[in-house]
Ligand binder design. Structure first.
Ligand code: ADP
Ligand code: MG
Ligand code: MG
Ligand code: MG
Ligand code: MG
Ligand code: MG
Length: 656
């Protein structure tokens, strides 16, 4: 939203002079928006998914699967279809999707043409629409191109012929040893974002993911494929200079992170209070769903010891200076900042009485002046903290043409900071004062799945969880520091089966274990916002409220403990609705997938890909994912999508 405004972007030296200008006006814009929309009421749920695709170009002769840098052309064709569909009702049904550029020049993002409604029958449109999108995207591809929904491209950044057309790694924006700038979306915003992150940070980004040590992987592993030259001042020798860690897969550019694909779900709430409640309730599920959807085990041609992308992206856009990272005393900068601007959320924001101050137990860095300005204008403590926390960051891309805008009409400066705080949850205000769109919440941690069936299953599951949350007035609160611990653990190889996660034991507000007050209307009791600063107390006072659970328990429940699990909640919720048998059966197919992923009957995409690589005849048990293995993997994924092969270990007996 508001991301692709055209204009001339400022390099960092110039942009930094306007950081306060953008923040000041961003807050005025937020306050104007707040005044106009704070009482906005919507009568129904609207929601939608975002699916990101990579476009692969096959070189059949040499058995290579490359990334196609031709996406700009495909997007233009899709935009034309979208435009025509607006006026042609026959076309509307055929197109019924909306397309957006993404960071990578090989990436596409597609959303449904219109958001879905909350009716159970509507859920059955989800997979159909995802299939339609895949077909539509394919229509504008060359015969040797295919859209794939892979979270991280296994051989992104490997030397050799990995891009179509070919480019050698080189470029002033990223200065990467591994990827050319030509891999970045050509729109001025993206190379500028890349360069300004590097410039603000004072060095290239350094991403290190632990390597998976197979029997023939050297120990210590010192990556022989890291070039020992660079045309640019930094990283003359990434290993000697310490940027590349031993026993790790080193990556040095934003593209390794922002070039990953994910599955995001946005829900419109009936009002701002409900949006804040959904935000808080869904936040503890972020790491759980990350582990359950894990789909990113390979980076730069190596099997890694992590199963998911999140930390790669966090490190890929970490624009904090050495002072902010705590490596030097504060001099130029105002704050020590614990996390990258792409990270898990730092505070709960609902005024729900269930939200005890103790849950916000990590020290929140926020801009005191902005907090005051927000408070003075009637914003309550928790929301003022949230916004003034987002606003500790600098705007990274400022367009000359958009510096002075009407704060009554535009929200560009607000969106500038809002949309570059990439967190597990996003609280989205209406896009403008007059927009028909209401307050929304976005769930952002999930990895993209290999097939539309799986993506539909996770989208449907998540939207049903939000319905159950509201209907049963659940309480998922645990101290936010524990959510962060879960986030770390979620990355571990096969965390879904082998790790335990903190989760709340008693998730119903007022009833006995296992018997939700079905259908209890949520209501949002008004509490007066705390006026005193909230002192983060030790989470000891809440320690008996949560315990370590397996994902199987969290999802499928534990009858011995009277814990219903998220699927139990969802099924209870569905029982309260009047659904015809056919619809219920269809929905059950999706929920079965979730159940079986959680209990280990089915593999995650990450486990399945590892298994594929490790059983490939060319694999030498040395962690290396060769061009041929990559080609076969992508071909296999394509066949699965076309229903040409059955993979019961991944999908059970659900036909694609
Ligand atoms: P962003 O990239 O900023 O997260 P997108 O526009 O790409 O946002 O995706 C927004 C998603 O939100 C879409 O799937 C859309 O269907 C969904 N959505 C939810 N509620 C609404 C609403 N009220 N109006 C429009 N879209 C909505
Ligand atoms: Mg986006
Ligand atoms: Mg989007
Ligand atoms: Mg996107
Ligand atoms: Mg999004
Ligand atoms: Mg944060």
């Amino acid at each position: 939203m508001g991301l692709l405004s055209l204009g001339t972007p400022m390099p960092w030296d110039e942009a930094k002079k306007y950081a306060d200008h953008v923040r000041t006006h961003g807050i005025i814009q937020f306050l104007n928006l707040w005044e106009a929309t704070k009482d906005s009421q919507k009568d129904c749920l609207l929601w939608g998914d975002e699916i990101e695709y990579m476009v692969v170009s096959y070189d059949e002769e040499n058995k290579r699967a490359k990334l196609s840098l031709r996406v700009w052309q495909i997007l233009q064709d899709l935009a034309k279809e979208e435009e025509e569909a607006k006026t042609d009702p026959a076309k509307k049904l055929l197109v019924n999707s909306s397309w957006h550029p993404e960071y990578g020049r090989y990436m596409l993002e597609g959303t449904p043409g219109e958001p879905y409604m909350g009716l159970p029958r509507d859920l059955l449109a989800v997979e159909r629409n995802m299939k339609l999108r895949r077909e539509l995207a394919r229509k504008y591809m060359l015969p040797n191109e295919v859209p794939v929904t892979l979270t991280s491209y296994p051989r992104l950044g490997c030397a050799g012929e990995g891009l179509e057309p070919h480019h050698e790694p080189h470029g002033p924006a990223a200065r990467s040893l591994f990827v050319p700038d030509d891999i970045i979306n050509a729109h001025a915003r993206f190379p500028t974002l890349t360069a300004n992150i590097r410039r603000r940070r004072g060095s290239k980004v350094a991403i290190n993911m632990p390597i998976f040590h197979d029997v023939n992987t050297p120990k210590p592993f010192i990556d022989p494929t890291i070039p020992t030259y660079n045309d640019y001042p930094e990283d003359k020798n990434a290993i000697e200079e310490g940027a590349a860690l031993p026993d790790h897969i080193y990556m040095d550019a934003m593209a390794f992170g922002m070039g990953c694909c994910c599955l995001q779900i946005t829900f419109q709430a009936v009002n701002v209070e409900e949006a804040r409640k959904i935000y808080d309730q869904m936040a503890p599920l972020g790491p759980i769903m990350l582990a359950l959807t894990a789909a990113a085990p390979i980076y730069r041609g190596y099997l890694s010891d992590v199963d998911c992308r999140w930390n790669v992206i966090a490190q890929s856009v970490d624009d904090r200076t050495e002072e902010e990272r705590g490596l030097k005393p504060l001099k130029e900068n105002k704050y020590r900042i614990a996390k990258s601007r792409y990270d898990s959320i730092d505070s709960y924001i609902s005024n729900d009485p269930k939200n005890k101050p103790e849950y916000n137990d990590i020290p929140l860095v926020y801009d005191k002046d902005i907090y005051k300005k927000l408070s003075d204008n009637g914003i309550d403590d928790l929301l003022a903290r949230h916004i003034s926390h987002l606003f500790i960051r600098d705007p990274l891309v400022i367009f000359h043409e958009l510096l002075n805008i009407d704060d009554n009409e535009s929200t560009d400066h607000f969106e500038n900071l809002q949309s570059t705080n990439w967190q597990t949850m996003r609280f989205k205000p209406p896009p403008s004062k007059t927009s028909p769109i209401g307050w929304r919440v976005e769930f952002r941690s999930m990895e993209i799945q290999l097939t539309d069936f799986e993506n539909a299953a996770f989208a449907i599951f998540i939207v049903l969880v939000t319905r159950a949350v509201l209907s049963f007035n659940t309480n998922f609160y645990i101290p936010i520091s524990k959510v962060d611990e879960n986030m770390k653990v979620a990355h571990h190889r096969n965390a879904v089966l082998e790790e335990k996660f903190y989760f709340r034991k008693q998730i119903f507000t007022q009833s006995r274990p296992g018997t939700p007050a079905a259908g209890t209307p949520s209501g949002s009791p008004k509490v007066s916002p705390a006026t005193l600063p909230r002192v983060a107390s030790l989470s000891a006072g809440t320690a008996d409220e949560y315990e370590l659970m397996t994902i199987n328990e969290i999802i499928n429940g534990n009858p011995a403990k009277g814990f219903p699990g998220l699927l139990g909640l969802v099924n209870n919720y569905l029982n309260t609705l009047n659904i015809d048998i056919e619809t219920r059966c269809e929905i059950s197919k999706y929920l079965e997938l979730i159940k079986k992923r959680a209990n280990g009957t089915l593999m995650t995409a990450a486990s399945w890909m590892r298994h594929f690589v490790q059983n490939h005849p060319d694999y030498k048990q040395d962690s290396v994912v060769s061009e041929k293995i990559n080609y076969d993997l992508v071909k296999m994924i394509e066949k699965i999508n076309k229903g040409e092969v059955q993979v019961p270990e991944l999908l059970g007996n659900f036909a694609v």
